[in-house]
Design a protein around this ligand. Structure first.
Ligand code: FRU
Length: 306
C-alpha cells in the first residue's frame, strides 16, 4: 500500500512538472483591415496553421484600415506582454515606430506582406512585389504584341506593395510601345477602382489593357467597362489570385490573368514557432508566386521564373 502511494505521488509530481514545463505562448496579430477577402484569407491561414500547435494562442485585432488604431494595437500588445507580434501593416511610415518599439523591448515582431521602414523587426515575410509587377508587364507585352493603351490602377502608394507593383510593371513594359494613358491610386479598393475607371473611359476612346494592383481593383474596372459596353476591347489583369476571387474571375473570363500573392499566414506561424523556441529565422522570407490564365488554371497555374 505504502509503495503504491509513493508511486502515485512520484507520478503526480512528474506529470505536474511536465505540464508546467510545457510552455504556451501568446501571439498578438494585428491585421490592417478585414474588409477585403485577401485579408480574411490571411487570418484564416494563420488560425489554421496555429491550430496545429496547442501551445500557441493567437489574439487577432482588426485595425479597420486605420494607422492610428493599428499603432494602438501594437502598444496594447506591448503592455499585455505578448510573446510575439505578427503585423500586416497598413502603411509603412506610421507603423514603423510602434513596431521598432516592440522590437527594442525584446518582443519579436514578424512583419507580413506590407513592409515598415528600416530594419527594426525580427522577420519580414512576403512575396516579391517588384517581380510580380514585372511579370505582369512582360505578360501584357506578350499578350498585346507590345502595343496599346494601358490604364494602371494602383494600390495605396504609401504602402510598399503598391510602390513595387508599380515600379516592377514599368520595368516589365520598358522597350515596348505600351502607353500608360491613365493612372490613379485606387487604394486597393474595388469601388474606388470602378470610379477611376469611369473617368478613364470618359477621357479615352481607346483603352486596350487595364493593369490593376489587385483583383478587386481589376474587377471594379471591369464592371465600369461593362456598364459602358466596352469590355470586349480590353484585357484585365490583376494580382492576388485567391481561388474564390482572382482565379474565379479568370475562369469566368473576366480577368485574362491574375498573379498570385500568397498570404504568408502559414509561413508566419512556422517562423513564430521557431523564434519562440529560440531558433534563428532569416530576416527576410520571400514567398513564391504563380500566374493564372484560362490555359493553365486547371494545371494549378505557372510559377514565375526564379
Ligand atoms: C488587401 C490587399 C491585397 C493586396 C495586399 C497588398 O488589403 O489590398 O489585395 O494584394 O493588400 O498589401
Amino acid at each position: 500500500m505504502v509503495k503504491v502511494c509513493v508511486l502515485l505521488f512520484l507520478l503526480s509530481v512528474t506529470v505536474s512538472r511536465d505540464v508546467a514545463q510545457q510552455k504556451s505562448w501568446t501571439i498578438g496579430m494585428s491585421q490592417c483591415n478585414l474588409g477585403e477577402p485577401w485579408r480574411v484569407q490571411m487570418n484564416s491561414d494563420i488560425k489554421k496553421a496555429a491550430e496545429r500547435f496547442p501551445q500557441l494562442n493567437v489574439v487577432f485585432k482588426d485595425a479597420q484600415n486605420d494607422n492610428l488604431r493599428q499603432s494602438a494595437h501594437v502598444e496594447e500588445f506591448i503592455r499585455a506582454k505578448v510573446d510575439l507580434i505578427i503585423i500586416s501593416p497598413k502603411e509603412a511610415a506610421p507603423l514603423t515606430k510602434p513596431v521598432a518599439e516592440a522590437y527594442r523591448k525584446g518582443i519579436p515582431v514578424i512583419v507580413l506582406d506590407r513592409r515598415v521602414l528600416g530594419q527594426e523587426y525580427t522577420c519580414f515575410i512576403g512575396a516579391d512585389n517588384k517581380k510580380i509587377g514585372r511579370a505582369a508587364g512582360t505578360w501584357i507585352v506578350q499578350a498585346t504584341n507590345g502595343e496599346g493603351n494601358v490604364v494602371e490602377l494602383k494600390g495605396l502608394m504609401t504602402s510598399t506593395p503598391g510602390q513595387d507593383r508599380h515600379s516592377g510593371f514599368r520595368d516589365g513594359i520598358r522597350g515596348s510601345n505600351m502607353k500608360i494613358v491613365f493612372e490613379a491610386d485606387m487604394k486597393w479598393l474595388e469601388p474606388n477602382a470602378r470610379k477611376e475607371m469611369e473617368s478613364a473611359l470618359a477621357r479615352f476612346k481607346k483603352i486596350d489593357v487595364v493593369y490593376a494592383h489587385n483583383d478587386p481593383g481589376a474587377h471594379g474596372a471591369y464592371l465600369a467597362a461593362k456598364a459602358a459596353g466596352r469590355v470586349k476591347q480590353m484585357l484585365f489583369v490583376g494580382i492576388d489570385a485567391l481561388p474564390h476571387e482572382g482565379q474565379m474571375y479568370v475562369r469566368q473570363g473576366i480577368l485574362s490573368a491574375s498573379f498570385e500573392y500568397p498570404t504568408g499566414g502559414k509561413e508566419a506561424i512556422d517562423a513564430a514557432l521557431s523564434i519562440l523556441q529560440g531558433k534563428s529565422v532569416p530576416k527576410e522570407i520571400t514567398l513564391r508566386s504563380r500566374v493564372f490564365t484560362k490555359e493553365n488554371l486547371d494545371k494549378g497555374g505557372e510559377w514565375l521564373d526564379e
